[in-house]
Design a protein around this ligand. Structure first.
Ligand SMILES: C[S@@+](CC[C@H](N)C(=O)[O-])C[C@H]1O[C@@H](n2cnc3c(N)ncnc32)[C@H](O)[C@@H]1O
Ligand code: SF4
Length: 468
């Protein structure tokens, strides 16, 4: 048995497997991709709905998710979009696959979905309640930003429509850094938003914080965690800042616009400081990127379980993964193209792949470090035995009679353990995706131009393929 050497360069977490690359996985014929809809769902997985709302009031310079300026959209377009979402939901609900299949969780993400009007939420939620069978006590959540979430009346109205949870990007309390990252809100807005959440009766709320940003150090990270714990969220997402090549932020870093830049050493030190500081406040690490107060409950139908269940994703750029149907695909990133396809009665899908049982087994191994552990009877242990033993010998993973799980050391290297379980084919496809994205001047996430200036002259895809 070979023992792998120590991980040195820390990798970011993987939330999806296999990759979807617009250049490699373009869907030319939609029919075979959607044929699964004719067979009833076997009921072996919980079903979640994700709805992507593509607007924000600011353009944070690090963010690769599909979004455009809310203030550049017309009232008419926003209603046209809302109707397209309702229609796409209905198209799925009326298939044998989703008919009578209970929905346990609805998550509005983005972008900043909280910007939608109450009437638009009502239109979408009523469509879900009317068209789908709802599970027992569904979790319904919405992402906002610290300015939008100060609207107490809207929070209350959404609660009466069934919203159970809200979250927002806190990122950092360092005002100077917020400005440099072009985050519109201030730390004071965070306090006001939390006050509104409490007054509107939201007992469950979460926030995201960033680490390993330019100019961040361990002292600032500890300060952020201390302040967050005082605010009393029920869940916190901690993300290492991913500076995607081609983005505006990447160019600023290259141009030395910051007094210190992210480094691998900073990243590891800051993540350890995050773990220690949360522990001092009585919070526990429940996922590779999530911390919660020990007393807060995690519901199986809550958002933290979504990656091992079936996710139907609605809206532009949204990514569906269905174990039961064996499908992995993403909608168009262009909001206009999305609306156009739905209005024609077509599923607005752009890229994806059909997933074999073998790939599902790989996915289970790749996602287990995100969940910190997995039961041995939920994976194909024999198939991955030699890689598991490598990880055990290297100190990142340990075995119990029923489970395999990350060690304390492994919890700081979850992304690397995930990458170690990737198949060689998938590693190669990911490298090709990176190469093509860079060559085409797009961002690496959706291969679109969010936060990226369009290159003056783009090579054609045919040219780039011939060089791979
Ligand atoms: C899609 S945003 C939605 C939240 C909401 N729009 C807001 O910003 O308040 C979800 C989270 O992704 C994280 N995020 C965005 N870009 C990132 C990047 N380049 N690297 C790491 N995390 C990122 C941020 O923490 C952000 O709050
Ligand atoms: S981090 Fe949130 S507010 Fe900022 S651009 Fe991304 S989705 Fe919009």
């Amino acid at each position: 048995m070979s023992t792998i050497s120590e991980f040195r360069e820390r990798l970011t977490n993987f939330y999806r497997y296999p990759r979807i690359c617009k250049f490699q996985d373009e869907i030319k014929d939609k029919e075979p991709m959607m044929s699964f809809l004719q067979t009833p769902h076997p009921g072996d997985k919980l079903v979640y709905i994700y709805i992507h709302i593509p607007w924000c009031t600011s353009m944070c310079n690090y963010c690769p998710f599909h979004h455009t300026y809310y203030h550049h959209t017309s009232e008419e377009l926003r209603w046209q979009f809302t109707e397209a979402v309702a229609k796409e939901l209905t198209m799925y609900a009326q298939t044998p696959f989703f008919y009578k299949t209970p929905i346990v969780n609805v998550n509005f993400g983005g972008g900043t979905p909280f910007l939608l009007e109450v009437k638009q939420f009502e239109r979408i939620l009523t469509t879900i309640y009317d068209q789908f069978k709802m599970g027992d006590k569904p979790v319904i959540s919405v992402e906002g930003d610290p300015i939008a979430l100060q609207n107490k009346e809207k929070l209350k109205d959404l609660k009466s429509l069934g919203m159970t949870r809200a979250s927002f990007g806190l990122q950092t309390f360092n005002e100077r850094l917020r400005k440099k990252l072009t985050v519109e809100s201030s730390g004071m807005d965070v306090y006001k938003a939390v006050d509104s959440l409490h007054k509107a009766g939201y007992t469950e709320w979460g926030c995201d914080m960033l680490y390993n940003c330019p100019e961040q150090n361990v002292t600032e990270i500890k300060f952020n965690v201390d302040r967050i714990c005082e605010l009393g969220p029920s869940i916190i997402d901690v993300y290492d800042l991913n500076i995607s090549p081609n983005t505006k932020l990447a160019k600023q870093v290259i141009d030395n616009r910051f007094s210190s830049n992210p480094s691998n050493q900073n990243e590891i030190e800051q993540f350890r400081a995050i773990q220690e500081t949360f522990a001092e406040h009585g919070f526990e690490q429940v996922r590779s990127v999530n911390f919660k107060p020990k007393t807060a409950e995690i519901m199986r139908n809550g958002i933290l379980y979504q990656f091992t269940e079936d996710v139907l994703a609605i809206g532009p750029s949204a990514r569906t993964f269905l174990y039961s149907g064996g499908r992995n695909y993403r909608n168009h990133c262009s909001t206009e193209k999305y609306i156009e396809d739905v209005e024609k009665g077509e599923f607005p899908i752009e890229a994806g792949n059909i997933v074999s049982d073998s790939i599902k087994e790989e996915r289970d191994m790749i996602l287990f470090p995100y969940y910190l552990e997995v039961r041995k009877d939920r994976i194909n242990y024999e198939r991955f035995k030699s890689k598991i033993l490598d990880m055990v010998a290297s100190g990142y993973v340990e075995e119990t009679p029923e489970t395999i799980r990350l060690t304390e050391l492994g919890k700081s290297w979850a992304g690397n353990v995930q990458y170690y379980f990737h198949s060689d084919e998938e590693k190669e496809a990911m490298a090709t995706s990176t190469f093509l994205s860079l060559q085409q001047g797009t961002n690496l996430f959706n291969q679109d131009f969010v936060n990226v200036g369009r290159p003056r002259q783009m090579p054609t895809l045919g040219q780039s393929e011939s060089r791979v």
